[in-house]
Unconditional design. Structure first.
Length: 241
């Protein structure tokens, strides 16, 4: 038994060494995730879990995602950075149904997810705080909703996030920014500390590192993982201490 525990410890610290030597080292396969938990592959499967939403809202979100995709031309950043249709559908449906008052989005890029979230929040009256390191992102939304763009400084980013988010109790946190293990580990932990009871953490690109699975298991969270067209996103709920 002690030998097994020792091997586990050595494996853990070997991974940590690799991460700190190369913070951009990342990547886990769909097969790896499916060995840890059930990997959902459709919106219909989400509807069989405790994260289900109204079917019609998913359909509305899907139509909206197609409309926005058709409208977006000459994007400043690669189209591959945009969220995919299943995630877009769920973002819209969840916000319209649950009506979160304060939503955080990290990673704006072309503004695809920003426009999806704001389309929903325009209906419900909630507020979105979006964070990105790129100044070009500050004009991606021009609607009438309550949108707040925060330009993240290149230095002392963790201190900046802690300071800004300390002012709010957050109902919904959506991660789609820096997908390195080191940053994801930091951001998920920060999100959990700021979430209201019953709040949701949703992360795109959870297949870029082991951080999501480790975070959910370490904090005993109820969570699901969903395979989109190319990427995998995760949903987790904070039930309180």
């Amino acid at each position: 038994m002690r030998r097994i525990e020792l091997l586990k410890s050595l494996t853990f610290w070997k991974r940590q060494f690799v991460r700190f030597r190369n913070p951009d080292h990342h990547g886990v396969s769909a097969n790896y995730i499916s060995q840890k938990t059930k990997l959902l592959s459709s919106l219909e499967e989400i509807q069989t879990t405790n994260f289900q939403v109204v079917d019609q809202l998913l359909k509305d979100g899907f139509r909206l995602s197609k409309q926005i995709a058709n409208e977006m031309q000459a994007n400043a950043f690669p189209d591959e950075w945009n969220i995919e249709s299943k995630l877009a559908s769920y973002l819209y449906a969840y916000v319209v149904q649950k009506k979160p008052k304060v939503v955080v989005e990290t990673g704006v890029a072309n503004g695809f997810s920003t426009r999806i979230l704001m389309s929903a929040l325009e209906l419900t009256g909630g507020k979105l705080h979006s964070f990105d390191v790129k100044k070009e992102c500050e004009g991606v939304y021009t609607g009438s909703g309550d949108w707040n763009f925060h330009l993240v400084p290149r230095k002392k980013q963790k201190e900046y996030f802690r300071e800004i988010t300390s002012k709010w109790e957050i109902d919904f946190w959506f991660h789609d920014g820096d997908h390195s293990y080191i940053w994801q580990e930091f951001e998920y932990k920060l999100a959990l500390s700021k979430l209201a009871v019953g709040g949701l953490i949703l992360s795109d690109d959870i297949d870029t590192s082991e951080a999501w699975l480790e975070f959910c298991e370490r904090n005993n969270l109820e969570y699901e993982c969903v395979f989109d067209s190319r990427k995998i996103f995760g949903i987790a709920k904070y039930k309180g201490i």
